[in-house]
Unconditional design. Structure first.
Length: 226
């Protein structure tokens, strides 16, 4: 049964323009927003630059988590119904939140204080613009986020090395290794989704994601209490 477009974006053009504006604003805010001024106790890390970049990275992780949560909810709609994408983006949301927690824990171990910035409310509709499938559009957005995250980690790594902070350099390097693998996975998904058409192609790709989730013992859709 074909999905009714009125439930995905109404009107389509206006929704897509709004959606693009949201993510442009979100990415700009991630790149430009500075956390609050910190007190002297945080200097036990290395430099104020390190603290600012680490807190900015926390904000990036939380924004990504929030956006992935919204994307997961979109694919769980009864007129979209792609449980593999639901599971994939739900897991991605949890993973990014865990990364933010790792960064905050590292700061407290080193005697620092965490002060988080505001996060942007994500868009709720993800119908693809210009003939793109919603699956491809969502995965392309995810790739943009993952690349941004990788770049911010590289910047933090560079600052740690510049200040000869061996512990922080080792900590961030571990996150960089994982992030590089994550970028490759999402880039592969984008390439594959560009090869398939809407309809059966996206449905089959969703089945693959669902099978992967089952291998990890992660339910594609969380059970709803009776």
């Amino acid at each position: 049964m074909s999905r009714s477009s009125k439930y995905i974006c109404a009107p389509p053009v206006a929704a897509n323009i709004c959606q693009q504006a949201f993510f442009t604003c979100l990415l700009h805010r991630m790149l430009s927003e500075q956390p609050q001024t910190l007190t002297g106790v945080e200097l036990c890390l290395s430099t104020i630059a390190v603290i600012l970049n680490m807190l900015l990275l926390c904000s990036v992780e939380y924004n990504m988590s929030y956006a992935y949560h919204a994307i997961s909810s979109y694919f769980n709609r009864d007129n979209v119904a792609l449980p593999g994408f639901v599971s994939y983006f739900r897991d991605a949301s949890i993973e990014e939140r865990d990364h933010a927690q790792m960064l905050m824990d590292f700061q407290t171990v080193r005697g620092g204080h965490t002060r988080l910035a505001h996060i942007t409310a994500p868009q709720s509709d993800f119908g693809g613009p210009h003939g793109k499938t919603d699956a491809l559009h969502a995965m392309e957005l995810a790739l943009s986020f993952e690349k941004l995250n990788f770049q911010k980690l590289k910047e933090l790594q560079g600052i740690a090395e510049k200040n000869r902070d061996a512990q922080m350099s080792d900590f961030v390097e571990g996150m960089l290794q994982e992030q590089a693998k994550g970028v490759k996975i999402v880039a592969d998904y984008v390439a594959q989704l560009r090869r398939v058409s809407d309809g059966h192609g996206v449905w089959h790709f969703d089945r693959i994601l669902q099978a992967d989730a089952m291998k990890l013992n992660t339910p594609a859709i969380a059970s709803i209490p009776a």
